[in-house]
Ligand binder design. Structure first.
Ligand SMILES: NC(=O)c1ccc[n+]([C@@H]2O[C@H](COP(=O)([O-])OP(=O)(O)OC[C@H]3O[C@@H](n4cnc5c(N)ncnc54)[C@H](OP(=O)(O)O)[C@@H]3O)[C@@H](O)[C@H]2O)c1
Length: 346
């Protein structure tokens, strides 16, 4: 049997903010019959992740492209891989059979042909919607969990600041911190997001950074006794303001610097005198280096979800053709929680 496989590609390298005109929907015929000796698996993609780092892969140059197997450069015209959930439709690999639910590195398209050695695991949904396994129970969740618990080493009662706090990673960091008994403040880019942080997710406070003219004094207002932990998703001015408000022995997990990805805004230049005299620990990290925590992360997060201690926050759009706008909108702050595209129903 043959199907038409539609997929998204870039027409050119993308060095500024992404635009519709940078993307193209292509299609090609795909045979669903496999040679059993091929060890390949054909997966029908169901839910695909939309993540800011993909933009860095699309640039003509980004230092990230050489540093991680997941962040390698995307060649214009080629299909694009992403973390996703799908269903096996044909298998030449004895580990998988038709009908298996799987999670792994799939494509921004209708189908993925997973080559031998590709990242693919059987998925037990454990009673949760499949989309959760792309976000809150997938890599975004692991990022929040590893970054907060492993890098920041939080203690109950500590004062925590999270930027891009209503985003996929940020909202979970804040919810993990609240569940531990920390004081948590988040920043986000709209009134609606600020209200959700306080009213739906139980943050102790939140502010719209777009309305603030002096971020250092804003943070002083929210943290009169200083910040113990800053979970940085944005870089730029916010990182500088956070460093100047950190307490002695404070920890900063640099998860991402999204304000710097589109090239237009200034890079963070935090005061190194503050870093030295306050004995700050500033650490970048990659979730993929913390797979050893996946089991702990999954059981903790599932327990919190079942008890209602943390809320899932998803923003789902439909169809392969909606992938470009889903990515573009991350850089315009138009997502509420984890951005996912549903390619097909199970
Ligand atoms: N280290 C890792 O392993 C790892 C893994 C996953 C993600 N990350 C990083 O973590 C960060 C969050 O990723 P995510 O997947 O959770 O995305 P997300 O927060 O769900 O979406 C991006 C959000 O960033 C904010 N934003 C966009 N442009 C901005 C700007 N110029 N200044 C300030 N905020 C801006 C927007 O929210 P507002 O409305 O608040 O502006 C937008 O909703 C990103 O930097 C990403 O690269 C790192």
């Amino acid at each position: 049997m043959e199907v038409i496989n539609r997929y998204i590609t870039i027409k050119n390298h993308v060095d500024g903010a992404p635009q519709d005109s940078d993307f193209e929907l292509r299609s090609s015929p795909l045979s669903l019959s496999l040679d059993p000796a091929s060890h390949e698996v054909i997966v029908k993609n169901l839910y695909v992740s939309i993540d800011p780092y993909q933009l860095n892969r699309m640039k003509s140059y980004s230092s990230s492209q050489q540093r991680s197997n997941y962040a390698v450069a995307i060649t214009p015209g080629e299909d694009i891989d992403t973390y996703a959930v799908g269903k096996v439709v044909a298998s030449g690999n004895p580990k998988f059979v038709k009908g298996d639910l799987v999670a792994g590195l799939l494509k921004w398209g209708d189908f993925t042909v997973v080559k031998p050695g590709g990242m693919l695991n059987k998925l037990d949904p454990m009673g949760f919607p499949l989309s959760y396994h792309v976000g809150i129970l997938g890599f975004s969740g692991l990022t929040a969990y590893a970054g907060f618990f492993e890098i920041c080493k939080p203690k109950k009662g500590e004062k925590v600041f999270v930027s891009a706090a209503l985003g996929s990673v940020g909202n979970l960091v804040g919810q993990f911190a609240k569940a531990l008994g920390c004081y948590v403040i988040g920043s986000a880019g709209s009134k609606e997001k600020v209200a959700l942080l306080k009213e739906k997710l139980g943050f102790d406070g939140a502010f719209n950074y777009r309305e603030e003219t002096d971020l250092k004094s804003t943070l002083q207002r929210y943290f009169p006794d200083g910040i113990d932990i800053y979970f940085d998703n944005v870089g730029g001015d916010m990182q500088e303001a956070a460093v100047s408000n950190m307490n002695i022995n404070g920890r900063i997990a640099v998860c991402g610097v999204i304000s710097e990805y589109t090239g237009g805004e200034k890079r963070a230049a935090p005061s190194m005198m503050d870093v030295i005299y306050k004995r700050l620990k500033i650490q970048g990290f990659l979730a993929g280096d913390h797979m050893n925590l996946f089991g702990d992360f999954l059981s903790t997060t599932c327990d919190h979800l079942r008890s209602g201690k943390i809320q899932p926050l998803e923003d789902i759009s439909d169809g392969v053709e909606s992938i470009p706008s889903a990515l573009i909108n991350l850089f315009r702050g138009q997502n509420i929680g984890k951005k996912i595209v549903r390619i097909a129903e199970e």
